[in-house]
Design a protein around this ligand. Structure first.
Ligand code: B4P
Length: 190
């Protein structure tokens, strides 16, 4: 069983590459962004609370996303592996993930970080905003706020996995298929 953390700033290509990894390896996809958007669409209390923060480009509280991930791990006991997309986004989330994994007798094999500069991220997300309907992709100021949140709260998660000898970086600029080949080469070494 392989469990991978796909890491990177908003718009780095995590969702895009996750889809290709699912098709190739049969991983179960755990995207906290998707899970939160599903709660918003269903109009739950959690979704309403999350929407207020997401619309400002701010991370939702750790306990909310940790609870969602815990439920998903428990409800997929036969998974071939998990791909964590957009989670963990804080060091506290990373520590909780390690606890959840050990409670289920599984572990994270590695983190793969997609490296993309802020100008390219902003460009990609504004393009996606024209078609996605996502409020957080339609406003340049909001995109820059998300990148700031990433730099201050999420970047330290890379150090956390570096400390465990589990960090690999891939250039996230270029053809989607070339980037995918680079990611697969890392996974196939785990
Ligand atoms: P997410 O849904 O995770 O959204 P994201 O960071 O924008 O990344 P996404 O995966 O969607 O984009 P991708 O890079 O694939 O989070 C949304 C919000 O939810 C957060 O701001 C936060 O508020 C909240 N949240 C989520 N998880 C949380 C957590 N754990 N803790 C707290 N809060 C949390 O793609 C972007 C675009 O680039 C696409 O249009 C794609 O087509 C394009 N693209 C991809 N690869 C490309 C390439 N190589 N070249 C050119 N374009 C490319």
């Amino acid at each position: 069983m392989q469990n991978i953390v796909l890491f990177g700033p908003p718009g780095a290509g995590k969702g895009t590459q996750s889809q290709k990894l699912i098709d190739k390896y049969g991983f179960v996809h755990l995207s906290t962004g998707d899970l939160l958007r599903a709660e918003i669409a269903a109009g739950t209390a959690l979704g309403l609370e999350a929407k207020q923060l997401m619309d400002k480009g701010i991370l939702v509280p750790d306990e909310v996303v940790v609870g969602m991930i815990d439920n998903k791990i428990k409800s997929n006991p036969d998974a071939k592996g998990f791909i964590f997309d957009g989670f963990p986004r804080t060091v506290a989330q990373a520590e909780s993930l390690d606890k959840m994994m050990s409670q289920n007798n599984i572990k994270i094999n590695g983190m793969i970080a997609l490296v993309v500069d802020e100008e390219e991220l902003t460009k990609r997300l504004l393009v996606r905003g024209q078609t996605s309907g996502r409020a957080d992709d339609q406003n340049e100021e909001l995109i820059r706020k998300r990148v700031q949140e990433y730099n201050s709260k999420t970047m330290p998660v890379a150090d956390y996995y570096t400390g465990q000898g589990k960090y690999s970086a891939i250039d996230g600029i270029g053809e989607i298929d070339e980037i995918f080949t680079g990611i697969c080469a890392v996974i196939d070494q785990f």
